[in-house]
Design a protein around this ligand. Structure first.
Ligand code: SF4
Length: 357
């Protein structure tokens, strides 16, 4: 066979294998490169230096557009420029426990258009490719490695509905838990959906040990549909059936994300409805204090005291419950807010390169 000058992406195992065979390299030489890039998070330069023909491999890094560090709690928001020119984001969390986590995006924008979410108001929705999803993990892993920290958890709770980009998200999760790629424990990966039931079930079947979260927010149909327009397609009884099936399939609790909104989701009626809805299910309720967005001035977050009382009542009735500590408030790390601001201003003004590493 005539030699080619193919340059293989590190994310494309077939192309890498072709290059390896053509150059008659030992398989171990590919393993060394993968381990360096995906497990110890070596820099691009260090990784390429490990390969005998660095010009034949490209690492597909996701270009970092901007990094913002919280002065409050050690969260960092990373904005990346995707191949379409639009920005997406990931958030690195460094809680006091030392278990660093990363929240990744699966799309630029989101078609779910949830009322409480800035991403949903962007008016665009484009699925990220597998290298774009995993590029967020590599960049965050490199950042943490430089701080002598290890990336412990990856959650798909950034921009986008993961099951609107199901094939790429599933492939990315497969690589995250694959021993020859990132080698994360499946229990350290979680995918959060607004309730795309068929996608959740397919995912649960393929990845029985990977966590699934459902953005529930209310079990009153009118309120849920007001908050999540997509809820009309996935009624609450279907969601409940899905959680039950996932419990059987996965043998582990489904995380229920529940936004605490004053007078809307935090009343006694809401509590009673939530207790009834969760009866007999294996779930972990995660109450989320609300970060206000300009586009929804009518939504007001519950007070910390109301959150505390709501959580205590759930626990009293035997529901595993936590109140999420909101990190990165000063860098708008919650919900695509900064990306939205950047994307809109860049649509109005000619693009300028403001990259900062
Ligand atoms: S909350 Fe999630 S699903 Fe809803 S619009 Fe925002 S990114 Fe999309």
């Amino acid at each position: 066979m005539a030699p080619t000058t193919e340059r293989a992406s590190i994310f494309d195992p077939d192309a890498l294998e072709r290059v390896r065979r053509e150059l008659r390299l030992h398989p171990q030489q590919l393993r060394v490169v993968r381990n360096a890039y995906f497990k110890t998070f070596a820099s691009e330069q260090e990784t390429l230096a490990l390969f005998p023909a660095p010009e034949r491999v490209h690492l597909d890094p996701l270009p970092l557009h901007q990094r913002l560090d919280s002065t409050l709690d050690g969260a960092s928001k990373l904005l990346f420029r995707t191949s379409s020119g639009l920005l997406t984001e990931a958030v690195v969390l460094r809680p006091r426990s030392g278990r660093s986590s990363l929240c990744v995006s699966s799309q630029v924008g989101c078609a779910a258009a949830c009322r409480f979410c800035a991403t949903g108001t962007m008016g665009i929705a484009r699925g990220l490719s597998v290298p774009e999803v995993l590029g967020q993990v590599v960049a965050a892993g490199q950042l943490l490695a430089r701080e002598q920290r290890r990336l412990r958890n990856v959650v798909f709770m950034g921009m986008g509905e993961p099951f609107h980009n199901e094939a790429n998200v599933s492939e990315a999760v497969a690589r995250l838990i694959d021993p020859s790629y990132f080698n994360l424990s499946p229990g350290k990966v979680m995918v959060s959906s607004v309730g795309v039931t068929d996608g959740m079930l397919r995912f649960g079947e393929r990845f029985p040990r990977v966590g699934l979260a459902l953005s529930l927010h209310s079990v009153r149909p009118d309120v849920r549909e007001q908050l999540i327009p997509l809820a009309k397609r996935y009624p609450l009884d279907e969601l409940r059936k899905t959680v039950r099936e996932l419990n059987v399939m996965q043998g582990r609790p489904v995380m229920l994300e529940y936004l605490m909104l004053a007078g809307l989701t935090d009343t006694d009626e809401d509590l009673r409805a939530l207790l009834a809805w969760t009866d007999g299910l294996d779930v972990h309720v995660n109450l989320i204090p609300y970060n206000p967005i300009d586009a929804a001035p009518e939504l007001v977050g519950s007070s910390p005291e109301v959150c505390r009382v709501f959580a205590a009542a759930l626990k009293e009735h035997g529901r595993k419950t936590t109140v999420r500590r909101s990190l990165g408030r000063d860098i708008e790390a919650a919900c695509g807010q900064l990306v939205k601001a950047h994307t809109l201003s860049e649509r109005r003004a000619p693009r300028s390169d403001t990259s900062s590493a």
